[in-house]
Design a protein around this ligand. Sequence first.
Ligand code: FAD
Length: 509
Amino acid sequence: MRKQILIVGGGTAGWLTAGYLAKRLGADLPGGVAITLVESHDIGVLGVGEGTFPTIRRTLATIGIDEADLVRRCGATFKQGAKFVNWRNVPGEGATDHYSHPFQVADSSGGLELLPYWLLGEGGTENWDEVSNPQKKAADARRAPKLPSHEDYVGPLNYAFHFDAIALAGLLREQGIANGVRHLIDTVTQVSLDADGAIDSVSTERNGSLTADLYVDCTGFRAELIGKAMNIPFRSCRDVLFCDRAVAAQLPYTGERDPIASYTISTAQQAGWTWDIGLDRRRGIGHVYSSDHTDDEAAERVLRGYLGAAGADAEVRRFKFDAGYRETNWHKNCVAVGLSSGFFEPLEATGIAFAEVSAGMIANLFPWGGDYETSARQFNLNLRRRYERALDFIKLHYCISERRDTEFWRDNVAAASIPDSLHEMLDRWRYRWPNELDIDAQIDIFTEPSWQYVLYGMGWKTDLSAKAGSLRYHEDARRAFAEVRRQADYAIANLPSNRDLVEYARSHR
Ligand code: FAD
């Protein structure tokens, strides 16, 4: 008898999990796991989530989606990181205020770590994000991360994608079905538990009762299985991350050849921030804000101000969320993936990345022998730590700001809103820079280069005066910085624009 997985929900999380597990667990093989996905046409998908993390390349390749299809079908463009504007200072006060978190890690030619030399001034007047790697300057110049001749999902510069979320769910659905996933369009009306508290079956409107060995809850914020039926608590993180609403719009380009930004542009606002994501034919723009610090009308005004005259008639969509996660995401024979599991906020695009991680862990921990408890324990421990660590990383963007212009920013830097674990790390980094000892490679989505980019982009001071005399490779470091500058010039001169690479992928197979 084949093992059965039932996935409830057909948003990005549901279809990503279905297509991925179908490949990893052999849904198309006689000895593999049979996978069914049921999604309701009466309950919509969230339909946002346009920014991703570089792990998406491997996930999509495993599912079997080719890059040109992704670009053609989902309006996808190449994302090389995030650019943060006005996070450090109030606009107009202080130095030009922007920094980047590129996906490319810092150069370490010949094993030499460059950061201490930059901290001691060897990088000249350039910021860490631009002197440590060529990607920031290339992305500023709207270059793509690769040439058309590079293979799918491979490039000299690290990258992810921006795409249309609804179109992506459609492409994932098509590929999932091709991978052997059985697809039902139906609404789950009831979840029945057995005496032990495990799921016995789910009832649907048209397909009767459905049973499986493992149930995957991808029902979004509704959390029909893990939350409503099994009553697994949700841990709110509103005391750390204040944003709980968003208002979003789409803005067409004015000309067909308008340049496409190669990173998410995240601009700090008085009670939150705005995202600006360039797809092939339009931009997706939204304002994420805290309802404790502003109201919906004021937030829409901020969005409309950002859109400018071109967006005067743009339709807006509103979203509500509560930053947080479940500490138990695998309970008995049910595991939550996507928004039902947790969500902080759109900053740094962790939503889809967490769904990828969860799908990967389900594939690795699938209880072939029937021992759900052991798999659940490992899954929950790992995911909980990931959430805790990602929470610290997102909070970092807010809590070391010099902005004090509004209650939102004053509250964000208040010590009580900063988790102890983040306090401890910040204390460490007063006299040394973040290194691999601060990272757990099995857990952390964001490794030390990410922490370094944000920390020093925000103007953090690490005092190396006591250590300076022990550093001996100043000349090598200066040469390495010059080499990074040369690589950046080379990338700008030789890589196509993001727009040209997208148009090439659209017109060639
Ligand atoms: P949904 O899209 O809500 O899908 C839920 C599915 O469950 C639907 O198919 C629905 O029909 C089905 N369903 C529900 N109830 C039932 C039922 N009873 N029976 C049958 N089916 C049912 N993430 C990123 O990675 N990058 C971003 O840039 C980003 N931006 C975001 C911006 C905002 C404002 C928000 C709120 C989120 C953002 N996210 C982002 C998160 C991202 O949108 C989600 O992680 C992603 O869309 C996955 O959603 P989902 O599939 O879990 O849920």
